[in-house]
Design a protein around this ligand. Structure first.
Ligand SMILES: *Cc1c(COP(=O)(O)O)cnc(C)c1O
Length: 479
């Protein structure tokens, strides 16, 4: 591509593409950054400039770009078939991956908590070595993105109670500041007013409980003297309305899209206890937190919590191809079984469900987790990151630095004392990330929160560089 052709490409981007979560008016005349190549923790634009990938290509990349084993697994699968369907047929990678996911989830989340009137199921006849245990998650329903994984979880939870004869259980409980995707069902359980409010008239609203966001506590309290009043409020809502609630949907440990809001210790476990005692299902939306992001394979592990349904996507293929999985217990699955003419079928399925290329990539990614001991070698990087983030709190416009594993949110404020936020029209977050880009780092803000979400495979040296660039960018823009 010569210089002119690159220019034409930029112009065509402006002319033809409507970018997600983007005010397109701002972009007229702006040079789009076009990424052509990637390697390890780096991305290369069409002009040959390399950047560190500070958001893992929107929270999906795990082992780095152009990871040999994943590249090869996809190529190998491509030599057999690109796509066939799971509607009425099956394919080897989808089958192998389902077994692997179930085994992984059950060995990671080994603590069963079933709603009280759902006795644990007897162990499977042939459990294999997957650690299938009483009440473990045992069925995989595939789709192709996080939002659909959530839609599937919601529909399954609702339909489960219908078949159990609890016809009144038609509502969902979700948290303020929650994010579960952009399709209408997922928006209904969303709680970020900036994204979700306008769709009010066309969504099914959910019951809300307060966000466990300590820096700006909705209840006006301070942690830990509040003794987790937000969890008590959650219990209050649930115990009052459990007859009409099918499930709680929650982002375990980290409300990511709202600005990497980290739940206080014990909150998730409390939520599990309250769901169990009040006989409502717990849906863990691990779309962002799954596959190592919080320092554990799944965020629920942090508090030894096992959900009834789990939604997985983003990191599942190592960040290569669109794939998602919704896992449920045998107990839930069994309720859908019946004679053909009863039509208890789960009437849901996306065209590319269980795509063999994506499943092959996911299998390769899980193998790397094992072979490279990804989670183990991550621990040192997490503590190093923690150290490197300490100086940020001294910056005059950093209100709070939040970190859970490899998820970091740095909240910028106009006034540190009063916690007064920058008005969104100041575009402080955007200014900071553009400054970082000049330095060779690609990140993306969430409003006034600067997010750092590196590939798990990043080296200590690259991590150092990344954090330093963020520090300098914030300092230069805000001071
Ligand atoms: C990103 C995300 C989703 C939506 O996933 P998509 O693949 O973008 O549809 C759902 N839930 C959580 C927690 C997410 O972070």
């Amino acid at each position: 591509m010569n210089f002119l052709q690159k220019n034409i490409l930029e112009e065509k981007d402006n002319r033809y593409i409507w970018h997600p979560f983007t005010q397109m008016k701002d972009r007229t005349g702006e040079r789009p950054l076009i990424i052509e190549e990637g390697r390890g923790s780096f991305l290369k634009d069409i002009y040959g400039r390399w950047y560190l990938d500070g958001v893992s290509s929107l929270w999906v990349n795990v082992h780095g770009h152009r990871k040999k084993e994943i590249d090869e697994a996809i190529k190998k699968q491509l030599d057999k078939i690109g796509h066939s369907t799971l509607l009425g047929l099956s394919n080897p990678p989808a089958i192998e991956l389902a077994e692997r996911l179930i085994s992984l989830v059950n060995s990671s989340l080994s603590n069963p908590h079933l709603p009280t009137d759902n006795p644990p199921i007897p162990p499977l006849e042939k459990g294999g070595e997957g650690g299938f245990e009483k009440g473990g998650l045992s069925k995989v329903f595939y789709s192709d993105n996080g939002s659909t994984a959530v839609e599937i979880a919601l529909k399954i939870a609702f339909q489960y109670w219908q078949y159990k004869g609890k016809m009144e259980k038609t509502k969902f409980l979700s948290l303020t500041n929650g994010y579960h995707g952009d399709t209408l069902g997922a928006v209904g359980v969303g709680g970020i007013s900036l994204f979700h409010e306008i769709y009010g008239p066309i969504i099914i609203p959910s019951i809300k409980a307060p966000s466990p966001y300590c820096y700006r506590c909705e209840l006006g309290l301070t942690h830990p003297s509040c003794v987790m009043e937000c969890a008590k409020e959650l219990e209050g809502v649930i115990s009052k309305r459990n007859h009409e609630i099918a499930a709680l949907i929650i982002e375990p440990m980290v409300q990511a899209a709202a600005g990497i809001l980290i739940s206080p210790p014990g909150y998730l476990k409390e939520a599990r206890r309250v769901c169990t005692e009040n006989n409502i299902l717990m849906i863990a939306d691990e779309v962002a937190t799954g596959f190592g992001r919080t320092g554990k394979m799944f965020a629920c592990e942090n508090e030894d919590v096992r959900p009834d349904i789990i939604a997985l996507a983003k990191g599942i293929t190592g960040g290569y191809l669109p794939l998602a999985a919704t896992l449920t217990t045998e107990e839930i699955f069994n309720v859908f079984l019946g004679e053909y003419q009863e039509f208890k079928t789960f009437f849901h399925g996306h065209t590319y469900t269980g795509n063999p290329l994506a499943c092959a990539a996911a299998l390769a990614s899980l193998e790397i987790f094992e072979k490279d001991k990804t989670i183990e070698s991550l621990q040192g990087k997490i503590s190093s990151l923690e150290d490197k983030l300490k100086p940020f709190t001294e910056l005059s416009h950093v209100g709070e630095v939040r970190q859970k594993g490899f998820m970091v949110g740095i909240e910028l404020v106009k006034d540190k004392k009063t916690k007064k936020p920058y008005p969104l029209e100041d575009k402080m977050g955007i200014k900071v990330i553009l400054k970082a880009r000049e330095k060779g780092l690609i990140i993306r803000p969430l409003g006034n929160v600067i997010v750092i979400m590196p590939p798990l495979s990043i080296s200590l040296e690259e991590l150092d560089k990344m954090v330093e660039m963020v520090h300098r960018a914030i300092k230069e823009v805000t001071e």
